[in-house]
Design a binder for this molecule. Structure first.
Ligand code: ATP
Length: 144
C-alpha cells in the first residue's frame, strides 16, 4: 500500500514522524483528506482533532489534538507546524475540562453583556474553547 510521511512538530518537540496511509485535517478552508502523492499545498489549520489512518480500513484510525498551525503537503510528505499538538495519551483531561469551562464562561459573559465586556477578548476565548474541545474529543471524553 502507498504511504506518505507525516511529521508533526510543536514548539517544544517533534510529536510524530512516520509513514501513514491517509490524514484528515481541518484547514482554514475546510476539511481535507490527504493521500499519498497529493498535490503540493500550503494551508493554515484551525484547532481540531486530526485523524491519522495507517491503512484504509474503517477502524484503523488514531486521533491527535491540534491547537492550530500550518500544514505543508508535497507528494511524499506532510509537515505540520502546530501551535500545540498532543496524542490522546499526553492529554490532561481535567486541565482540558477546566480550560473549556473558563473559555465558556468568558464567552457567556461576553454574550450576555457585550458592552460591559470590553476586557474580554472574544476571539481568544473562542480559540481556547476550540482547543479544549479538540482535546476532549481526542480523548473521547464528554464535556462536563
Ligand atoms: P490551558 O489554558 O490549559 O493552558 P491552552 O489551550 O491555552 O490550555 P495551549 O496554549 O494550547 O494551552 O498549550 C500550551 C502548552 O500546554 C502546549 O505545550 C500544549 O501541548 C500543552 N497543553 C495544553 N492543554 C493541555 C492538556 N489538556 N493536556 C496536555 N497538554 C496540554
Amino acid at each position: 500500500m502507498a504511504t506518505i510521511r507525516l511529521e508533526v512538530v510543536s514548539p517544544d518537540r517533534q510529536v510524530c514522524d512516520r509513514e501513514i496511509g491517509m490524514l484528515i485535517v481541518r484547514s482554514t478552508g475546510g476539511e481535507l483528506g490527504i493521500l499519498p502523492r497529493h498535490a503540493p499545498l500550503l494551508t493554515g489549520l484551525v484547532p481540531h482533532v486530526m485523524r491519522i489512518k495507517s491503512g484504509l480500513g474503517a477502524g484503523d484510525e488514531e486521533l491527535m489534538a491540534i491547537g492550530g498551525g500550518f500544514m505543508e503537503v508535497t507528494p511524499e510528505k506532510i509537515t505540520i507546524l502546530a501551535a500545540a499538538a498532543e496524542e490522546p495519551k499526553d492529554i490532561d483531561v481535567a486541565r482540558a475540562q477546566a480550560a473549556y469551562q473558563r473559555a465558556k464562561q468568558r464567552i457567556d459573559e461576553y454574550k450576555s453583556a457585550p458592552k460591559d465586556s470590553a476586557s474580554i477578548d472574544i476571539d481568544r476565548a473562542q480559540l481556547a474553547l476550540a482547543r479544549a474541545m479538540a482535546r476532549l474529543a481526542a480523548t473521547k471524553n464528554p464535556i462536563n
